[in-house]
Write a protein that binds this ligand. Structure first.
Ligand SMILES: Cc1ncc(COP(=O)(O)O)c(C=O)c1O
Length: 477
């Protein structure tokens, strides 16, 4: 704690800039103002106090002693925990503990995080402003400026020409298969280790999903298995970049060329992941994304298809809009759907695009911290990252070897739950789901599902919290 106190302490003769730096360093939203020399405590400065001082016209070079701040609630070393706990309230989350000379010797910090969720969206002022704009202007439905703006921004992010938004990732997948003309009598090769939507979208068209196993080193669809699954009826392959790790696209694209198959990348969980330095979603005929609340960025519910193919883009725009002829209102020559994204959803999307790079960076930083904390615990396999890949660790997921670790992934999940740490099992293989139940034996994905556990993966987690989670895992063992 001494180090922390030092980090956030500023002499009253220091500048407001120094206070801001201290607030930033400490990560607690506050700095401690002390008298130079004696180090006697003067007061606690919050980031709000600094903001108000700057708005009043004080400059960054002004002396920190001139920042107005309310009288600070402090504790003394002789107080017990109950007395100190009673001092916390909604705005008061840090209470300095003073010795008899009024020097800060400890900090009581209200730990807001007694529960760590697996995922939570990162939303802020921009999201609120843009959504409010929709409400205030009345543009709440699927017409409105945010829809095209989001489509253009997201396509540019992926390095593709066109972005076609939709009401969800699942409807995006459905649209992509419809645009390819896939239907009854056709087969589409999909990994069994994925969320159910990948297969369901194929089934919606009347075609048959054909399930194949994963590679143990990437957890993604195994190109060798795809080749074995291709028949005269196969029309497309849907590689899924599962949990944020890219599928091995080169051999998949080779197979697609050899057998003349379309490729739709399911990148629902992998916004910004890189395969050989290039963003996923830009390799196949189309790439599809989800913006559900637990994804890298969110629009509440929502999806997007990106493509360089103008013809496919146009078809999907028509299909998502009741099949209406773009040149003739209420004229329908194809069976279409109402799969449009609303302006409110897109407003969230445009705001989220401001943060997407930062979210991805934070995901990768958090993954490194997790791996550091877990790497020496016997019986734990860390998530993969192939040499050609940049994983974005949508959900940081590990495998538990029951014998070596001493308990199953399910038991570990239960133990962590008791400690306020939420986990999720990895996807049960789709070929074993009651609606498909093909009777196949696909050992890799069955093992991933049996042994896998996703840990809290919110970008709101800080290093101390990740350390707390990895320590708990080590202690439970
Ligand atoms: C791999 C995969 N594909 C498709 C989807 C479907 O996306 P949505 O939930 O937006 O319909 C998801 C979402 O959870 C997913 O994880």
């Amino acid at each position: 704690m001494k180090g922390k106190i030092k980090k956030i302490t500023v002499n009253s003769t220091g500048t407001i800039r120094k206070v801001l730096q201290a607030i930033d360093r400490g990560g607690l939203g506050v700095a401690l103002l002390v008298e130079p020399g004696s180090k006697k405590f003067i007061g606690l400065i919050t980031d709000g106090d600094v903001r108000r001082a700057l708005l009043k016209g004080l400059g960054l070079a002004t002396s920190a002693g001139r920042i107005d701040h309310p009288e600070t609630i402090t504790a003394t070393v002789d107080m017990d925990m109950d007395e100190i706990s009673a001092m916390f309230s909604e705005p008061i989350r840090v209470v300095p503990v003073l010795d008899s000379d009024r020097r800060v010797v400890n900090l009581a910090i209200f730990d807001t995080r007694v529960y760590f969720p697996v995922a939570e969206p990162k939303l802020g002022d921009a999201e609120l402003r843009y959504v409010s704009e929709c409400v205030l202007t009345g543009w709440v439905s699927s017409a409105g400026k945010f829809v095209t703006r989001f489509e253009e921004q997201f396509a540019e992010f992926c390095g593709t020409k066109y972005g076609i938004s939709s009401s969800s990732g699942t409807t995006a997948l459905h649209l992509s298969l419809l645009a390819l003309g896939i239907g009854s009598g056709d087969e589409v090769v999909v990994p069994s280790f994925t969320f159910i939507s990948t297969a369901n979208a194929v089934t919606f068209t009347g075609a048959k999903p054909v399930f194949v196993d994963s590679e143990p080193n990437t957890w993604n669809i195994d190109p060798l298995e795809i080749k074995k699954a291709v028949t005269a009826k196969t029309k497309a392959i849907i590689p899924v970049h599962v949990y944020g790790h890219p599928a091995n696209m080169d051999p998949i694209l080779d197979i697609s060329r050899e057998y003349n198959l379309a490729v739709v990348e399911d990148a629902a969980e992998a916004h910004g992941a890189l395969y050989k330095g290039r963003k996923v979603g830009s390799f196949g005929d189309m790439g599809m994304f989800s913006f559900y609340g637990n994804k890298i960025i969110t629009t509440g519910e929502g999806g997007m298809i990106v493509t360089d193919n103008e013809g496919l883009a146009e078809k999907m725009r028509v299909l998502r809009d009741h099949g209406m002829d773009p040149k003739r209102r209420y004229w329908h020559s194809v069976l279409g759907y109402n799969y449009r994204m609303t302006n409110i959803q897109a407003a969230l999307g445009v705001a989220q695009m401001k943060r997407i790079d930062q979210i991805i960076e934070q995901k990768r930083i958090n993954a490194t911290l997790y791996s550091k904390g877990l790497q020496n615990i016997p019986g734990i396999t860390l998530p993969p990252e192939a040499v050609w890949a940049q994983n974005i660790y949508w959900l940081y997921s590990i495998l538990i070897d029951e014998k070596e670790f001493g308990m199953s992934s399910e038991e570990l999940g239960e133990q962590l739950k008791e400690r306020g740490i939420e986990t999720r099992p990895l996807f049960p293989p789709v070929h074993q789901q009651p609606i498909y139940n093909t009777g196949q034996s696909l050992p890799v994905c069955e093992k991933l599902s049996r042994c896998g556990l996703s840990l809290p993966s919110s970008v709101n987690l800080n290093g101390d919290e990740i350390e707390r989670i990895t320590n708990e895992i080590g202690n439970i063992q």
